[in-house]
Design a binder for this molecule. Structure first.
Ligand code: C2E
Ligand code: MG
Ligand code: MG
Ligand code: MG
Length: 284
């Protein structure tokens, strides 16, 4: 079976299994309908200053509000949407929604005046010829300055076709948006290419954070990435921080920003508004 039974017996995509042609076709129809019916939602996870814990940006993380299976995370549908190409319109929707939401927070609250937004790009979106126009359009329609937006890409997306990737990065940079390398350390980026790319932020993958408070090897690796960030004038963000001990170690190593359940889980726009206004925190 290529699908597993969902909570209510409805089959949902399981990325660990291969799907039949029919199942793939059905999922494509489901995803198309979901886009039309606006069943997708965006949650936002705070990224904080490591020293002050103040929220500097939020990362947009897509969810599928499935009519029968409830709220589904990206692992249930991003790979399939990537395979069938629907990631391009879905990604465009996330980008536009995230920009519009940042503009709403900024309009509502002085506490959001300098808040920024991070949006993930998929490989197919990154290769799509209309990407730069989509990004410019989303910023323009939301009335946002380009510096408010950071686009997250992975090492494998950059290394696949370096010359094309470089052109795309420079075109995006030309708009004024910031660029981040997501899941850093899990791919194969070469230092010589990294040096040539207009990247502003390195996001250190959670796998290096998990044991950083106890494992000397992880300390050495994170320390090396912190040094790399300094040498290349790129900011560093540690992903997946869950404990005070991890936070303390990463802070000592000079990591600039942090993200993780310790500071806040992905949350809806109202929860983020409350967090910004100091009314409540998003508990882990
Ligand atoms: P990512 O971009 O590396 O996002 C971070 C993921 O780690 C998120 O999972 C987040 O909820 C999770 N996370 C953050 N802090 C912690 C923590 O302290 N502990 C643990 N256990 N997890 C933590 P999520 O939302 O399930 O997203 C998974 C991946 O799906 C993302 O990884 C990203 O690669 C992809 N994704 C999410 N939204 C989009 C999107 O709109 N477009 C594309 N192309 N990909 C997306
Ligand atoms: Mg990300
Ligand atoms: Mg990541
Ligand atoms: Mg990721």
């Amino acid at each position: 079976a290529a699908k597993r039974a969902g909570r209510n017996g409805y089959a949902v995509f399981d990325p660990t299994m291969t799907m039949s042609v029919l199942e793939e076709a059905q999922l494509r129809i489901d995803l198309e309908q979901a886009l039309e019916r606006e069943e997708f939602a965006v949650l936002y996870q705070p990224v904080v200053d490591m020293q002050t814990q103040s929220v500097t940006s939020v990362e947009a993380l897509v969810r599928w509000n499935h009519p029968r299976d409830g709220l589904l995370g990206p692992y249930h549908f991003i790979a399939a949407a990537e395979a069938n190409g629907l990631i391009v319109p879905l990604g465009r929707w996330v980008l536009r929604e995230a920009c519009a939401q940042l503009a709403r927070w900024r309009a509502e609250s002085p506490a959001a005046a300098t808040l920024k937004i991070n949006v993930n790009l998929s490989a197919r979106q990154f290769q799509y010829a209309g990407l730069v126009d989509d990004v410019a359009g989303a910023l323009h329609d939301a009335g946002l300055d380009a510096a408010a937006l950071t686009l997250e890409i992975t090492e494998s997306m950059l290394m696949e076709d370096i010359e094309t990737a470089k052109r795309t990065l420079h075109a995006l940079r030309g708009l004024g948006v910031r660029l981040a390398i997501d899941d850093f350390g899990t791919g194969y980026s070469s230092l010589s290419y990294l040096k040539q790319l207009p990247v502003d932020v390195i996001k250190i993958d959670k796998t290096f954070v998990d044991d950083v408070d106890t494992d000397a090897d992880d300390v050495a690796l994170v320390d090396a990435v912190a040094g790399l960030g300094q040498a290349l004038k790129m900011q560093t963000v540690a992903e997946g921080i869950e404990t005070d001990a991890q936070w303390a170690t990463l802070r000592r190593l000079g990591i600039d920003h942090g993200q993780g359940y310790l500071f806040g889980r992905p949350a809806d726009p109202e929860q983020i508004r409350a967090l910004l206004n100091g009314v409540s925190t998003i508990s882990a």
